[in-house]
Design a protein around this ligand. Structure first.
Ligand SMILES: Cc1cc2nc3c(=O)[nH]c(=O)nc-3n(C[C@H](O)[C@H](O)[C@H](O)COP(=O)(O)OP(=O)(O)OC[C@H]3O[C@@H](n4cnc5c(N)ncnc54)[C@H](O)[C@@H]3O)c2cc1C
Length: 427
């Protein structure tokens, strides 16, 4: 039974990263905004906590950067890839100075996902948006007169708006209401994450990736001994990190010869859940329809192996904000056509970069190690082969489109590896 009806310029379903950021910037621009969020408290669900330099640039453009720094945003300034195909000295000689790659950006930023959501939620309310938490059973109606109904505080509510934004993550209800199909890649490997504290001795300014034995390992410090750790591992080891022993098994996997700070990680303290996800990419052809537009994971999500989801989401927020502020005719869905076109190419490039990273770091065994060594040598001979991965730091728009092509993978890895990836034979 509906008890009230309220009219807004914009209703945003989902008050996480994308929803909180868009609610803030639209409310700051004078729009009336209702954001409805399912959870009553943001919990660590093992989500993105590393923002690439191009995502930090987006935070600056959105006017959110100073708020993130004040809330504990921590910059990393160096990257080292420690892998079994190189000695530690060789790896350190190839250190990447992250602080020197994007003018005005000291490097990628790390900050907890719940902390980011809390911050954006507060900023949205401060800017004048109505933000409701603990909203359930959301029903979305799109078309020429968009509206939502939802359960909140024990009663039903209706609200209408000029447009509905779906910022409700991977399983988006708004995407379903808009009738938009999600395309999902095959899983390549498994990917697990855990937050730790007391990683004493691990340099706070250094991010590390690498592969050894049957793991791809990643370490992203957040300051004061906190770090977000990730592990890529083969799909046939689905039970490897399951159950009560999972967190310890996760830490033990960092006992690695190639990682000089291995002890600091192995002896750190779990500070959150240890969850695993399939490594796969998902996309939509057109993230809008009459009455609604999708942003962030709802519009299609990149394979988490290259940590792009936050940067993708902040760019979505900026583009959708600019379109809404520049147009009065929100009933015409085609105002979002430039967004769809830009996003499709952005996601194509990042899907390619994730595939490159998956073959390079997340195939295991003697043959894969030898291939990694060969690919590393080829990248040294021809640095352009490295550019699709550099795009994940500086932004996909800054690297020319022809480099995101299977011919580049063939140069790096040879034809059999590509055929194997495409056929799923490594699974
Ligand atoms: C293992 C893993 C590691 C990752 N690592 C990184 C990384 O290092 N860097 C990076 O940039 N990205 C990373 N990502 C991706 C990143 O976390 C996401 O792309 C990003 O959080 C997307 O933001 P969002 O706002 O679209 O979705 P979310 O952050 O998921 O927010 C969606 C919100 O919608 C709410 N919601 C859902 N359904 C409803 C509903 N029906 N009604 C109301 N509310 C609803 C949810 O409660 C949630 O708060 C990672 C992802 C995974 C899985």
């Amino acid at each position: 039974m509906a008890t009230e009806e309220t009219k807004y310029d914009v209703i945003i379903v989902g008050g996480g990263i994308g929803g909180g950021a868009l609610a803030t910037v639209l409310a700051r621009a004078g729009k009336s905004v209702l954001a409805i969020e399912k959870s009553t408290a943001y919990r660590d669900r093992v989500r993105g906590e590393w923002i690439a330099m191009w995502g930090v640039e987006e935070l600056k453009t959105l006017g959110l950067y100073d708020d993130f720094i004040a809330a504990g945003g921590h910059h990393l300034t160096r990257h080292i890839n420690y892998s079994d195909e190189h000695t530690q000295e060789e790896s350190e000689a190839a250190e990447i100075p992250l602080g020197a790659m994007t003018p005005g950006v000291p490097g990628p930023m790390t900050i907890g996902h719940p902390a980011s959501c809390n911050l954006l939620n507060e900023l949205a309310q401060k800017a004048g948006a109505t933000v409701l938490r603990g909203v359930d059973d959301v029903k979305v109606n799109v078309g020429e007169s968009p509206s939502v109904s939802y359960l909140h505080d024990g009663s039903w509510h209706d609200a209408s708006a000029r447009i509905i934004v779906g910022a409700d993550g991977r399983g988006s209800a708004v995407r379903k209401a808009l009738g938009i199909e999600l395309h999902i890649d095959e899983q390549h490997h498994l990917f697990s994450g855990m937050l730790v504290e007391n990683a004493t001795g691990f340099p706070d300014d250094l991010q590390v990736t690498g592969s050894e034995n049957d793991v791809h390992f990643l370490v992203f410090p957040q300051g004061n001994g906190r770090a977000r750790l990730y592990l890529g591992y083969p799909s046939d080891q689905a039970k490897r990190l399951a159950g009560d022993g999972g967190p310890q098994a996760f830490l033990d996997a960092f006992k690695l010869k190639s990682l000089p700070y291995s002890d600091a990680i192995v002896n750190s303290t779990p500070a959150g859940p240890c969850n695993s996800y399939p490594n796969q990419d998902a996309w939509t052809d057109k993230p809008y329809a009459q009455g609604g537009v999708l942003i962030g994971d709802a519009a299609g999500y990149n394979d988490p192996i290259i940590g792009q989801g936050l940067s993708i989401t902040y760019r979505d927020v900026r583009i959708v904000r600019d379109i809404l502020l520049a147009n009065d005719h929100w009933t015409n869905p085609d105002i979002f056509a430039p967004y769809a076109e830009e996003r499709a190419e952005r996601m194509r490039k990042l899907r390619f970069a994730a595939k490159m990273q998956s073959i390079y770091h997340n195939e295991f065994g003697a043959e894969a190690t030898a291939r990694r060594k060969r690919a590393s040598d080829r990248r040294t001979e021809d640095p352009t082969l490295q550019l699709p991965l550099i795009a994940t730091l500086i932004g996909p728009d800054k690297v020319p489109a022809p480099l995101f092509d299977d011919s580049v993978l063939e140069k790096l890895f040879g034809t059999p590896a590509i055929e194997e990836f495409t056929s799923g034979a490594h699974l």
